[in-house]
Write a protein that binds this ligand. Structure first.
Ligand SMILES: [Cu+2]
Length: 270
C-alpha cells in the first residue's frame, strides 16, 4: 500500500533512476556505503557443501555493530545478501537471520562453483533511511571472469523468458526493459507469485565485479500472497557506465523460485 509504494519509488529513484518518479533530472544512484560488511565462513568453502557463515555490519565511522533494530525492512526483509561467483554463473539471494547475539547474523552457503564468491548486503540503515550495497568477499574469489555474451533469451524449468529494451542501454541513458514469460506451450505465464513483496527481483552485476543494480517491475506490487503477476515485467535501467551487465530475474511460479540469466552490453552513449 502506501509504504510499498514509497519503497518502490525509493528503490526506483536510488537504483534505476526511474524518470517517471524522478522530481528532477539529478542522476539517482544507490547511496554511498556507510557500513562495513564482514563475512566469516566457519570453514573453507567447498563445492556442494553447506558452510555456515556469520555476518556483521559495522558503521564505518563509529564502528558500532548494527543490530536488527537499526535496519529498515525492505521487501519484507531487513537484510538481503546477493552473492555471485566471478564468472557470474552462480547467483544466490540469501536472507541471513539474526542470532542470539545482537548484531551477529547467520546463514548457510553452498557454492556451486570453486574459487570463492563476492557478496553485497542490500540494506537500509534506519539512521540514513537510504538503501546501500555493502560489499565483501566470501572466500577468495578469483579465476576466469565473465563471458560477455549478449543474451536476451533464457529458458529455465520449461519457462521461456525474453528480454527487450525500448532503446539500447547506454551509459547515462535510460532504457525501459521488458521481460516476457511464456510456458512450454508458448502460452503467456500470468501466475507469477509474490517473492518478497514483488513479482520479480531483477539484479544486475556489472563486469567490474563491484557495481550492482537491484530493480523491481513497475506497476502494482503484490499486496497479498494470492495476488498474481505476469506475463510482462517492465523495469527501468539507467546504467551508470558502459559495461557488460549480467542480469538475473528472480520470479516464483507454482511455489518454485526461478532465477533466469540475461547478458546486456551497455554502450558508451553519446
Ligand atoms: Cu528485489
Amino acid at each position: 500500500m502506501k509504504t510499498g509504494k514509497i519503497l518502490c519509488i525509493a528503490a526506483c529513484l536510488l537504483i534505476s533512476g526511474c524518470g517517471i518518479f524522478a522530481p528532477d533530472k539529478a542522476k539517482p544512484e544507490a547511496a554511498k556505503p556507510t557500513l562495513r560488511l564482514t563475512l566469516l565462513p566457519q570453514e573453507p568453502l567447498s563445492v556442494g557443501h553447506a558452510t555456515t557463515v556469520l555476518l556483521k555490519l559495522n558503521d564505518m565511522t563509529s564502528r558500532t555493530l548494527m543490530t536488527d533494530d537499526m535496519l529498515e525492512v525492505k521487501h519484507t526483509k531487513k537484510l538481503h545478501l546477493l552473492v555471485i561467483d566471478p564468472s557470474f554463473r552462480d547467483y544466490q539471494h540469501i536472507h541471513p537471520q539474526p542470532t542470539a547475539t545482537p548484531g551477529i547474523y547467520i546463514f548457510s552457503f553452498t557454492p556451486k562453483r570453486p574459487g570463492g564468491y563476492r557478496a553485497w548486503a542490500d540494506v537500509t540503515p534506519v539512521f540514513t533511511g537510504k538503501q546501500e550495497y555493502d560489499m565483501a568477499d566470501l572466500g577468495a574469489p578469483k579465476g576466469a571472469g565473465v563471458t560477455k555474451t549478449e543474451s536476451h533469451e533464457s529458458t529455465v524449468d520449461g519457462y521461456h523468458f525474453t528480454l527487450s529494451f525500448d532503446s539500447a542501454p547506454v551509459a547515462g541513458g535510460e532504457s525501459m526493459g521488458s521481460i516476457t514469460i511464456t510456458d512450454k506451450n508458448g502460452e503467456p505465464v500470468k501466475n507469477l507469485e509474490p517473492v518478497m513483496g514483488a513479482f520479480a527481483h531483477i539484479v544486475g552485476f556489472y563486469d567490474d565485479y563491484r557495481t550492482i543494480v537491484h530493480v523491481h517491475p513497475m506497476g502494482a506490487e503484490p499486496q497479498n500472497d494470492s495476488d498474481r503477476g505476469g506475463p510482462d515485467l517492465s523495469f527501468h535501467l539507467e546504467p551508470s557506465k558502459a559495461a557488460f551487465i549480467k542480469l538475473y530475474a528472480q520470479v516464483k511460479i507454482n511455489g518454485k523460485e526461478i532465477f533466469t540469466p540475461f547478458g546486456v552490453n551497455v554502450g558508451k552513449g553519446s
